[in-house]
Each structure stands twice: as structure tokens, then as C-alpha cells.
Design a protein around this ligand. Structure first.
Ligand code: SAH
Length: 407
């Protein structure tokens, strides 16, 4: 077997030896000119000792993403083995009998850099984040279809990462047959309409499943202890999933805010699917969360809440935007704290990987100080177990949240 060797600079081998899957351009001494981007390459130390095998893309800051640390061929058996292991990991997760929407392949964290696959009932949604995966996506889609027995694989490769890889967005049916319209999935026994072809990202955020269950548990506890059903605000609602869980757990009323009118329509559909009347049990407000919460705060007769969910999109796209993004997180948390009744519960999230749990907690602390409210953290939350984090890859941890009680 001929192999293409990418040689590292001296003393740059430690992260590779420890299993980190990324090699940045700065660590690389030499890439053979004949190697094509997307090719499988071997990585060696500066003095030529073999370290690992991965795939190449010179256009990316991360020029090599590693696939294996043993000398095995990257052939069909390799991909099949990795996919089977990823599927087996999901089978080890408890409390999934009432759920058919989950992440089956979580990229680097499943030893498959650049590849994300979600399952929604009988369909798979594939995202190819890198050139090498893009080149192999048809093969991978066929394999996944065969291994899962699903009906079709739809591509939704629209992530920002693709630009850094020199790729433009791609979407459409990759294998099998696609659905004729939105499909229905079940999560925690609740029903949700998912538009696989047109929805945001892969159509439904399964990373919040455990946290939605936890939030619902707090709704139940609130109703039980306070002897009164909570009034809930679901800010950045998207599919209204938190609203459905809250009403199912005994909330009196839920207001959902989203800037997207289509999202609010989807949220209405989901309320109806679960037997809730979107006109009496709930309200959808279209607009900017920052502006709406500010208006309500200024209005003494405006809405106040017993429980608030803040689940904003990723505010921090890069280190450059960190400061502005942190101000954004602080603003919404400050506003939410000011709109909560005494004894109220705030479930607040950040899905920005660059904001770690300690920093996020600091932001909430700052908001509490400015709001002049006493805040207790009851729980620290993370992404659901079907979004595992490889211990060798701390970058895989992105979603974090706090459940707070506000006095
Ligand atoms: N909580 C949701 C996921 C939220 S995704 C769930 O459980 O599935 C983030 C949502 O925030 C998107 O639907 C997006 O349309 C909305 N959004 C982004 N910026 C916003 C803003 N400034 N005001 C209101 N909604 C916003």
C-alpha cells in the first residue's frame, strides 16, 4: 500500500499521541505536493515515526483530521465498524424507548470527524462538515441506510464549517426515498412535526432532550409545591418543544418567543399534536427576545413569569466576537431575572462551544448582580447523552445550562 506522509514539526506530536483528532497547519512541517485534499494520509513525527492516520485538507486551518491511531486500512470495513460502534453507543443510553429522534453519529466524538447523522423516525439526516466526508457522503449514506433499515437519507450540509473547508452548502436526498412533507417524531412520548428538508439545522434539536425532561420535572415540582400551575416563558422557542413539555407537566400557560414566524407556526402545530389549544394554553410572540423582554420589563403591567427558558442560538462564532456575545448572554439573563416572580425558576443555556461552563456561570452571576436578585444554582446541565464527548476532544462539549431559583 502506498501512503502519503504528512510530517509534523519537532515536538508537536504530543496531542496526536494523546488522541486529539485535529492537526493545525502550524504543527505541520511537510505535506507532499502530490497529495490531494480529501486523501487519506499518514502522520509521522519530525523524525519519521508513525503516529496516526487521517484525512487531508490544506484549505482548512485544521489540515488533518485523524481517523485512527493504529495501522489499519481506511476501507469499507473501517467505516462500517465506526458507524456500528456509534450506533451501539446509542443503544447503551437509558430512557430512549419513548423517543425516535436522536443523534446517531456525533463527528469527532464518535471517531468520525466531519460526519453528523441524526435519526428522525425512519429517516436519517446527514451533515458533511469536511471535504473528505463530502467526497464520501454517498457511500456513507448508502451504508447508514443499510445498517439502520431506515427509508431515506437526506443531506443538510449547511454548517458554517463547510466554508472553511472550501465547500458550499449542499442539501437533498442522498439515498433511499425522502418524505413527502414534514414527518412526525416522538420524544419522551410527546409528538413533534419535523421538516427534514426545510427545518433549521437538522430540523429538531435533540441535544436538549434531557434538559427538556429536567425542565418538565421542575414544572411538575412547581405546580406541586406552590399549589399553583406555573406561567412559563419559552424564549428562542423554535419548534416549541420546551412549551409542549411544560404544558404536559402541568404549566398553566406558555408564551413562546421566536424571531421566525415559521418557527412559531411549527410550535403551534406541535402544541395541537399533543392536545393543547395554542389559543388558550399558549401564545406565540414573533420578534426579537432582547426587545420584547425589555419592553415587558419597562411595563409594570406587562407579563411576569414563574419559569423561564432561555435557549438562544450560538452567539459566539469565533473568539473575536466573544465580548459582544457575552454581553448578549448577560442581557437576556438579566432581563429574564427581572421578569421572574419570587421563587421562580430560570433554565438558561448556551450552545457556544467557546463559552465554557465556568464562563457561562460567571455571566449569569453578573446578570444576577445587576438584577439585584438572589440566585441559587440548583443544577448544571449538559448536552444529551446521544451527543457524547470524546475525552480526547474537549471541543466536543458545547451545550451547557443552569437551572436557577430566583429569590
Ligand atoms: N429551544 C429550541 C431551540 C432554539 S434554536 C428547542 O428546544 O428546540 C434558537 C431559535 O432562536 C431559533 O428558532 C431562531 O429563530 C431564534 N432566534 C434567534 N435569534 C433570535 C432573537 N434575537 N429573538 C428571537 N428569536 C431568535
Amino acid at each position: 500500500m502506498t501512503s502519503t506522509v504528512v510530517r509534523l514539526k519537532p515536538n508537536r506530536d504530543k496531542p496526536v499521541r494523546q488522541g486529539h483528532p485535529w492537526i493545525f497547519s502550524g504543527a505541520i512541517e511537510h505535506i507532499p505536493p502530490a497529495a490531494a485534499d480529501g486523501d487519506i494520509v499518514d502522520v509521522t513525527t519530525a523524525d519519521g515515526r508513525w503516529l496516526a492516520r487521517g484525512y487531508l485538507n490544506r484549505r482548512s486551518q485544521i489540515q488533518v483530521r485523524l481517523l485512527t491511531w493504529v495501522q489499519e486500512p481506511i476501507d469499507e470495513a473501517f467505516w462500517r465498524g465506526r458507524l456500528a460502534t456509534a450506533i451501539a453507543t446509542r443503544a447503551a443510553i437509558p430512557d430512549m424507548d419513548d423517543t425516535n429522534a436522536l443523534r446517531l453519529v456525533n463527528a469527532e466524538n464518535d471517531g468520525l470527524p466531519g460526519l453528523t447523522v441524526d435519526r428522525f423516525a425512519d429517516y436519517l439526516v446527514l451533515q458533511a462538515g469536511t471535504l473528505a466526508i463530502d467526497q464520501r457522503k454517498q457511500f456513507l449514506a448508502d451504508l447508514m441506510l443499510e445498517m439502520t433499515g431506515c427509508r431515506g437519507v437526506i443531506e443538510r450540509s449547511e454548517m458554517a464549517l463547510r466554508r472553511q473547508e472550501g465547500l458550499s452548502p449542499a442539501s437533498g436526498l442522498l439515498a433511499g426515498t425522502g418524505p413527502t412533507g414534514p414527518i412526525e417524531v416522538v420524544e419522551s412520548g410527546l409528538r413533534f412535526a419535523v421538516d427534514l428538508e426545510h427545518g433549521q439545522k437538522t430540523g429538531f434539536y435533540t441535544d436538549q432532550r434531557q434538559n427538556r425532561r429536567r425542565f418538565a420535572a421542575y414544572c411538575r415540582a412547581y405546580a406541586h409545591r406552590a399549589g399553583r400551575s406555573p406561567h412559563v416563558l419559552n424564549a428562542f422557542a423554535y419548534t416549541g418543544a420546551f412549551a409542549v413539555y411544560a404544558l404536559n407537566a402541568g404549566a398553566a400557560h406558555v408564551i413562546s418567543i421566536d424571531s421566525s414566524v415559521e418557527a412559531l407556526e411549527l410550535a403551534e402545530t406541535n402544541l395541537r399534536l399533543n392536545g393543547f389549544d395554542p389559543d388558550t394554553a399558549a401564545e406565540g410572540v414573533a420578534g426579537d427576545v432582547f426587545e420584547i423582554l425589555r419592553d415587558w420589563r419597562e411595563d409594570p403591567g406587562g407579563p411576569r413569569f414563574d419559569m423561564i427558558v432561555l435557549d438562544p442560538p450560538k452567539f459566539v462564532q469565533s473568539q473575536q466576537h466573544m465580548e459582544r456575545a457575552l454581553r448578549g448572554y448577560k442581557d437576556i439573563n438579566l432581563l429574564a431575572l427581572q421578569l421572574l416572580n419570587p421563587g421562580g425558576i430560570l433554565a438558561t443555556f448556551s450552545c457556544s462551544g467557546l463559552v465554557d461552563a465556568a464562563l457561562f456561570q460567571k455571566v449569569v452571576f453578573g446578570a444576577a448582580v445587576d438584577a439585584g436578585r438572589t440566585v441559587q444554582i440548583l443544577e448544571w446541565l449538559r448536552q444529551s447523552a446521544d451527543h457524547p464527548v470524546a475525552v480526547t476532544f474537549p471541543e466536543g462539549e458545547y451545550l451547557k445550562g443552569l437551572i436557577c431559583r430566583v429569590l
